[in-house]
Design a protein around this ligand. Structure first.
Ligand SMILES: Cc1cc2nc3c(=O)[nH]c(=O)nc-3n(C[C@H](O)[C@H](O)[C@H](O)COP(=O)(O)OP(=O)(O)OC[C@H]3O[C@@H](n4cnc5c(N)ncnc54)[C@H](O)[C@@H]3O)c2cc1C
Length: 387
């Protein structure tokens, strides 16, 4: 594999490797088996300032870019852990930072940076509209100095482990001639204040250890001061966050890909069957080599997307393509790793079956593969919109 000393951002990687080494595979395995939130791990990351990487120094963070943040999450996954427990904070705070008022930034960002508050959740998906985001029905109606929210969301992650949540809701029907995204608004919701006062939460048992919930809004009151950006223009406010999210998830998949390839290579060199290491067979080594090539290629697109995002340039195409390539490469690497291990790949103590489940998610969330094809077909290639 690439000499690790040659990789970009060696200081961040070294610090992350030291922190992750304090949480051995047994820890993450136990969290998965018990379906527990890795509270100790997230606390250690917060305490070391890693989750405040993208918060500017002026607000108490370290003021790094998406590239550095992506290396942090890559290293988490590369260590055998799963960034799903904490990645939300990295991209959700971008909505606040880039579109919130100075008063909102001052109110929240320093406390997020210090770890006093967590902004781990973003509520977009709804049960009846799914991928068709701009058709969402959760409504926020202005009444004096408050908005009253009614509706439902589904698959909203980390709600029970976060203090704050970014909420996308409809505040008006699209104006005549406007796009469907017109009339959507973004709010910052104080989860602790809202639970039991108009917001109820039901966790969804699922294939991976990611706490994800159904949310029910019944006359939830959100202060008007919590509106981020202009009313009706919220979709634009979350777009930056979505591009950051896709790029960061690409980095996590790349971390997974290297983890799978590392494991497969080691086992293929050690496991002797028919009096020779299984890795001596081309039928075993070629799929590992192919998976490695694909992870390396995805990595280039990931850093291209990061560079554009950090330069405040349009990066929708690159963020989507990085996410597509990396999720595909990590899934192929997962499959190869499992196959290389034969029956032992299925044994929980090898961690492969856990990582296999975890990396599979990224072909579906936060954006499914077909939606990436649709984006590239329409926005990059100029083909007709297909839906
Ligand atoms: C573990 C987990 C965590 C999640 N966390 C969050 C979160 O924190 N916040 C949040 O807002 N959401 C979250 N999601 C939701 C996730 O973003 C959605 O599941 C995803 O965007 C797909 O939407 P859907 O499940 O409604 O699928 P659907 O929209 O019902 O689509 C089903 C399938 O049909 C395909 N499809 C649909 N329409 C078309 C079309 N026109 N052309 C081609 N193919 C099409 C899709 O690609 C998909 O494969 C999470 C999901 C999971 C599983």
């Amino acid at each position: 594999m690439t000499d690790r000393a040659q990789e970009k951002y060696p200081e961040i990687r070294e610090a992350m490797r030291a922190l992750c080494a304090q949480f051995p595979p047994e820890y993450h395995r136990r969290m998965d088996q018990e379906r527990r939130y890795p509270e100790e791990f997230v606390r250690a990351l917060t305490g070391a300032g890693f989750l405040a990487a993208m918060i500017p120094v002026a607000y108490g963070g370290t003021g790094l870019g998406l590239a550095e943040a992506s290396v942090i999450l890559e290293e988490i996954n590369r260590s055998g852990a799963n960034s799903g427990a904490c990645h939300g904070q990295m991209y959700n705070m971008g909505t606040l930072l880039r579109h919130g008022s100075e008063e909102q930034r001052q109110r929240y960002l320093p406390r997020i940076a210090s770890g006093e508050l967590r902004l781990q959740s973003m509520a977009v998906t709804e049960p009846t509209t799914g991928t068709d985001t701009t058709s969402i029905r959760t409504a926020a109606v202005r009444r004096g100095d408050r908005y009253v929210v009614n509706g439902q969301k589904v698959w909203i992650s980390r709600v029970q482990h976060s203090d704050l949540m970014i909420l996308l809701a409809r505040t008006a029907s699209p104006a005549q001639g406007a796009t469907k995204s017109d009339g959507l608004s973004v709010f910052i919701v104080d989860l602790k204040e809202s639970l039991g006062r108009g917001l109820s939460v039901r966790p969804i048992a699922n294939m991976v250890n990611q706490e994800s919930c159904e949310l029910f809004f019944e006359d939830l009151e959100v202060p008007a001061a919590n509106l981020i950006g202009s009313e009706g223009q919220g979709f634009r406010c979350i777009l930056d966050g979505l591009n950051a999210e896709r790029t960061l998830i690409a980095a996590e998949c790349i971390g997974d890909g290297y983890w799978f390839i590392g494991r497969a290579t080691r086992y293929a060199n050690q496991r002797v069957v028919f009096d020779r290491p299984i890795g001596k067979n081309q039928g075993v080594q070629f799929p590992i080599a192919e998976a490695y090539i694909e992870v390396e290629a995805a990595n280039l697109m990931r850093f291209k997307a990061c560079a554009l995002f950090d330069a405040h340039q349009p990066c929708g195409a690159e963020a989507n393509m990085a996410k597509y390539l990396a999720a595909k490469a990590s899934w192929e690497a997962a499959n190869v790793c499992l196959q290389t291990h034969g029956g032992f790949g299925f044994a929980t103590e090898y961690d492969i079956e856990r990582k296999f489940r975890e990396t599979r998610l990224y072909q579906v969330a936060p954006v499914s593969t077909n939606m990436i094809f649709a984006y590239v077909a329409e926005h990059v290639l100029g083909l007709p919109r297909s839906f």
